[in-house]
Design a protein. Sequence first.
Length: 746
Amino acid sequence: MRNEPTPQQIAEEKIYRTFGLNDEEYARILELMGRQPNYVETGIYSVMWSEHCSYKSSRPVLKKFPTSGPHVLQGPGENAGIIDIGDNLAVSFKIESHNHPSAIEPYQGAATGVGGIIRDVFTMGARPIALLNSLRFGSIEGDGAENVRNRYLFGNVVAGIAGYGNCIGIPTVGGEVVFDERYTHNPLVNAMCVGIMTHDEIAKGFASGVGNPVLAVGARTGRDGIHGATFASTEDPHSKERSAVQVGDPFMEKLLLEACLELIATGEVVGIQDMGAAGLTSSSSEMAARAGSGIELDMLKVPRREEGMTSYELMLSESQERMLVVMKKGREHIAEEILSKWGLEAAVIGRVTDDGMLRLKEGDETVCEINVSTLVDDAPVYHRPSARPAYLDETLAFDPAAVAVPSDLTETLHQLLRTPTIASKEYVYQQYDYMVRTSTIVRPGSDAAVVSIRGTRKALAMSTDGNGRYVYLNPRVGGQHTIAESARNLVCSGAKPLAVTDCLNYSSPEKPEIFYQFEESCAGISEACVALGTPVISGNVSLYNQTNDIDIYPTPIIGMVGLIEDTDHITTQEFKGAGHPVLLVGPQTTGAIGGSEYLKVVHGKVAGDAPALDLTVEKALQDAVLTAIQSGLVLAAHDLAEGGLAVALAESAIGGKLGATINFASGQRLDEALFGEAGSRIVIEADQANLDALERIFNENGVPFAVIGETGGDRLTIKINGEAAIDEAVEHLEATWRGAIPCLMK
């Protein structure tokens, strides 16, 4: 006997509010159903209408993204996007957040984030070949309680990512980590997966064909993760219990991956979907909605690992390593045989219908009957009010003259190299098995990771990027920077950028100032995607990332994949040999220090404007540099980002264990010339004999450039207008850069 509130109690006592539904939403449910929903139905509506599943605040904005292009085979709306890379090959990829769970239980929160994104990709029929991540934490410097907590979160999130990825045997090849006080209570854990397939292996999440059997595949259902989607749509993750955090099993996921790919290859699968957020509820209703069908499930047939589970618990559980599969009628035995071979279960729990209903039964008793379209298509859509934040007037009024140029710029460079956001991330990626499957060509630590495509000369470059501080200071331009820098990183590796997956991390959309950040930054992202030819093919929105009225920086993270047509074109950032010219390609004005890492670290200020960005100039720069790389004229390439020119030169010198003598003219302050972060700039190393050919390419594309120095020796020496600014042994710079994070984490 179920001990659940009656429909009348749910209405009169407003129990639906505890599920995350407001009064207006509940009234709309009554209107759609023509009756009061029971406990199971109320729970189902609450998760499907949650921010996490319905995108009710973000949907109007997301519709403005460019989502089609010559390479796009599958855009947003499926488990993951797919792009064509020629020769009957396709790539599927997606990024998603697991922020709230990671704030509560960092190891499992991060691990299950990895597991979920892997399932999204192999559900499409692709074999996962690479994992990446983008992480944000509060400051790990200092001995205060919050700093200690941040180190705990950082260490355990990284361990969780490593634990899951290493066990399942998919290399974690790249990512980024940023530290800032604004993420102290709300770490961001965004995980990305990339997979490869042939065109005939593509699978979709459709529940079509009346009478076709519906199977629950993989792990049994438990009580972990119940209401996880609602949990991810609330303001304070710390107010929720750990039961909302799922527990992962990478060894079972490995078996499930192989079984599902083998099953898809039979051609007998009608549709398949991961039981991710909202579990059996979202997978069943979304698959039916896409096909315009209905689905009927017998809850007594759902494999479970705990006694006494109710239909409510079975539908809302987010237990990991589970899939929902629709097979062709009479072919269910094929799924059972393949899953059994891999030591897993495949249980027929229902069938596809033609009445458009999600109907749940317990034997002969009907416990839920909801029109599928009301769950998916009729979810509320909010056009939130937007207001320009007042703080922008103050930050834009920043006067660089108010801060002094440091007297010892070499020490300033050390200061930047030891700040955790810029310092070496070897502490992180040495915990990852980034060489498993032996396809990784460019390992973590360069501008982009590169993975070979077996049996071809092709390779994929991939990266994750974001700069919340830029978006905070200028939401629209900051949004443009996320796309521009991600594409620039791929170009520096020798790849043509093809498409984008995004993970949009913001605070509460109910605050007009926050919604302004969201709306404006998405407009900037869209503009840059159009300008650079990189459509958005998948993504995720994570809202309500705030605690105690402290909002995170608006942090859109961009995952991007590009194609290297020939592995001979692969380029990395480290200097390759002595006596080679060093060129600064792009606008020669180095830009102001507003919004820079230098201004934050050295002067303790977050102020000014985000660096100016001209998307026409950015496109020309990327086309020119990619042409130069594909022509064999570039030895090393490195984009300028946090820390500006001085940090980029130091990183190339450290990577190559080779110094450089730099001397250039500038009419700007020394700190602006060295540490300003203007966009659209790349440092390249070339052979002296290739300078004329490079000049022709850059001139044809209208891209300015200058030879600013030469590689050689064991010191990095930078002179500006002939005046010494920085002079330091590369080994000393390397010691600072490599030692910073391990020292803090001891």
